[in-house]
Design a protein around this ligand. Structure first.
Ligand SMILES: Cc1cc2nc3c(=O)[nH]c(=O)nc-3n(C[C@H](O)[C@H](O)[C@H](O)COP(=O)(O)OP(=O)(O)OC[C@H]3O[C@@H](n4cnc5c(N)ncnc54)[C@H](O)[C@@H]3O)c2cc1C
Ligand SMILES: *[C@@H]1O[C@H](CO)[C@@H](O)[C@H](O)[C@H]1NC(C)=O
Ligand SMILES: *[C@@H]1O[C@H](CO)[C@@H](O)[C@H](O)[C@H]1NC(C)=O
Ligand SMILES: *[C@@H]1O[C@H](CO)[C@@H](O)[C@H](O)[C@H]1NC(C)=O
Length: 577
């Protein structure tokens, strides 16, 4: 930690700042009167969350003291992480005067044991640190998210995952075998206590994926594997048989995933398997989208897209998306064979150098010159994300429906290709109550968001139709850390073990001190996670039921979907179909 900040301090002497993201927590006095946001600087409803105070415990003892103090005064609490990477309002404590408990300094590696293959870390440790430390001991966490800036506590809370149908599946929480969690307690217990949850503990399936409502996870023990090598080849194909391929591809390659460019009718199949440790190669993944990027380039790309939006130039987006995709493909998305150069597939290397990336987090350059592409301090990416998983048996029909929509309006999906297409990753059913209920394919769709909440988007009806089709026609379930509000409305009904989860919540935190308006809405306890107001459908805060929810003055009215007639979407009156 200390070492990390040294170069920044040196730079500071020269009056420049490093580009690591800004702290998501701001306080008007040192640790009181605070606000919290996410790493994008905007929640789905664009509100700012208030908190009365923030504490930065450095040990479990300090953590217990913080929880006890807040419990005694019946104050709302919420765990906040160093970067706050969830899009949804999970970081917000209830009310306006809650306590934020940051895990920024709960970031010690506690133990790694090469013979038991167990690793114990404090919950604020980032995925990157877990990967690095495991590798030093000759071990690997087999399946992880692709971005290493997440903390263990945060990624567990939202069920974050990579891509596989092998073993226990792609979600990190399914490799967790021990948890220490600090929860409120009675006065006689001192208002806070540590609960030790081991693999066979009856509460394990609640605590693994908790949306942060059960208490503060202090430590996590992960079951690792011996470090191994992987071999990656990206194969470009047309998408005519994608429905069939997507259903079976996950059973053919351990780490396989797909990037779909629907308007270009192309798919990048990542053929990705474990290989013998004798295989030669020292490949590395430094995904281009997660690199520190020139702010000039970011501003140019953003301005171009804004101008296509302003002039209704969907074709322009299509032209640009072809260029973007071919640049990324040529650059192998940031894969190199030896850490420096890409000379061709396959890229072979140690798992720890390939599984995840995120070098924009520690670039030494001033953030005004280069930053993470979504850094809210600079003019750059600003987007919506719709992310859901669909049971494998429904995947083919869903994909074919999206293809039919694409055929009806061929330019409509070029916008998602500007954000590297639709990322498709395999997820497996889990025992955890709030995790995936069935084996499925997770679709990550990223697309333009205007800085003006009342501005309609080009062809937004098509994406709204896909969103509603995924949820209601194909039973999709949301990623808890991503998505727009409507995706969560009623979603909890898809979780057959929700009662068991709520029972544990009642036992751990009977006064709901770790709950907020948002988590109560999402968990179906009180209220709905939707907001009805003028223009609400433009932001995914509601499904439109009248023109006013869209932008009638700008020619966008509430209409049925083109294919899925039950959908209600904001359609431009000048739309050709
Ligand atoms: C660039 C980028 C790439 C991403 N890639 C992926 C991906 O490949 N796969 C994927 O599945 N997701 C991905 N995500 C989403 C991400 O996994 C989730 O949003 C994740 O939850 C964020 O982790 P965080 O540490 O930032 O936690 P936060 O977003 O800060 O917190 C999430 C929730 O966890 C709670 N929490 C955090 N720590 C604790 C703790 N110690 N005890 C109890 N509760 C706690 C918080 O209170 C909050 O409710 C990505 C996000 C970004 C920004
Ligand atoms: C808290 O901060 C807000 C906005 O930064 C400010 O308007 C308000 O006066 C502050 N309140 C206190 C008690 O400091
Ligand atoms: C690893 O775990 C084993 C079995 O519990 C134990 O005997 C050994 O001492 C541990 N090694 C280290 C380095 O802690
Ligand atoms: C798509 O690719 C397959 C072979 O992979 C080929 O048989 C088929 O003709 C192609 N379809 C189109 C529309 O190009």
């Amino acid at each position: 930690m200390g070492i990390f900040w040294w170069p920044c301090l040196l730079l500071l002497l020269n009056l420049v700042e490093c580009s690591p993201p800004e702290d998501p927590i701001m306080c008007s006095s040192k640790t009181t009167n605070c606000t919290i946001t996410n790493s994008y600087g905007a929640f789905p409803d664009r509100s700012i969350c208030l908190a009365g105070e923030v504490v930065y415990p450095t040990s479990e003892a300090e953590l217990i003291a913080a929880v006890a103090k807040a419990t005694m005064s019946k104050r709302k609490m919420k765990v906040a992480t160093r970067y706050s990477h969830s899009i949804t309002k999970l970081a917000c404590p209830g009310g306006d005067d809650g306590l934020l408990i940051s895990t920024r300094y709960l970031n010690q590696m506690l133990s790694v044991n090469a013979s038991t293959m167990l690793m114990t870390v404090e919950s604020g440790v980032t995925l990157r640190e877990v990967i690095d430390e495991a590798a030093k001991a000759g071990l690997a966490l087999p399946y992880t998210p692709y971005w290493w800036g997440l903390t263990i506590g945060g990624l567990m809370a939202t069920g974050a995952h990579g891509s596989t149908l092998w073993d226990k599946g792609s979600a990190v929480h399914d490799y967790v075998v021990g948890i220490r969690i600090v929860t409120p307690a009675t006065a006689s217990e001192g208002y806070a206590k540590v609960r030790l949850i081991t693999s066979n503990h009856p509460d394990m399936n609640a605590v693994k994926v908790s949306l942060g409502v059960l208490g503060v996870i202090s430590q996590v023990t992960l079951k690792l594997q011996p470090l191994f090598k992987r071999s990656i080849t990206n194969l470009v194909r047309n998408d005519s048989d994608l429905g069939d391929q997507a259903t079976s591809f996950g059973n053919q390659h351990e780490f396989g995933d797909m990037i779909w460019y629907p308007s270009q009718r192309r798919v990048i199949y990542r053929i990705d398997d474990r290989v013998s440790s004798d295989a030669t190669g020292n490949g590395r993944n430094d995904f281009i989208g997660f690199r520190s990027t020139s702010t000039l380039a970011l501003a140019l790309v953003r301005s171009t897209e804004e101008s296509h939006e302003a002039t209704n130039n969907a074709r322009g987006k299509c032209t640009d998306s072809k260029t973007t995709a071919s640049v990324l493909m040529t650059a192998a998305y940031g894969l190199t064979n030896n850490g420096i150069l890409f000379t061709g597939y396959p890229v072979v290397g140690n798992h720890n150098r390939l599984q995840s990336s995120g070098t924009c987090l520690d670039s030494l350059e001033d953030w005004r010159l280069s930053a993470c592409p979504w850094d809210p301090r600079v003019k750059g990416e600003f987007f919506h994300q719709t992310t859901f998983s669909i049971g494998l048996s429904n995947v083919k029909n869903f994909i074919q429906d999206v293809q039919k929509l694409r055929d009806l309006v061929p330019d409509a999906l070029c916008g998602v290709e500007l954000y590297n297409g639709i990322l498709m990753r395999y997820v497996k059913a889990s025992e955890a109550y709030l995790a995936k209920q069935e084996d499925g394919l997770d679709f990550d769709i990223t697309y333009y968001r205007s800085h003006d909440p009342m501005a309609p988007r080009l062809h937004e009806d098509i994406l709204e139709e896909i969103e509603q089709m995924a949820l209601y026609k194909y039973g999709g379930s949301p990623h808890w850390g991503k998505n727009r509000n409507i995706v969560f409305d009623g979603a909890i009904k898809k979780y057959s073990k929700i009662r068991a989860f709520l029972k544990v919540k009642q036992a751990y935190d009977p006064s709901g001190l770790f709950s907020s308006e948002w988590t109560d809405q999402v968990l179906g306890i009180q209220g709905r996670p939707i907001i009805i107001k003028e223009g609400c459908a433009l932001e995914g805060l509601c499904i439109c039921s009248e023109a006013l929810h869209c932008a009638p003055k700008k020619g966008y009215y509430c209409r049925p979907g083109k294919l899925y007639k039950d959908a209600r979407v904001c359609t431009s009156s000048t739309s050709s179909v």
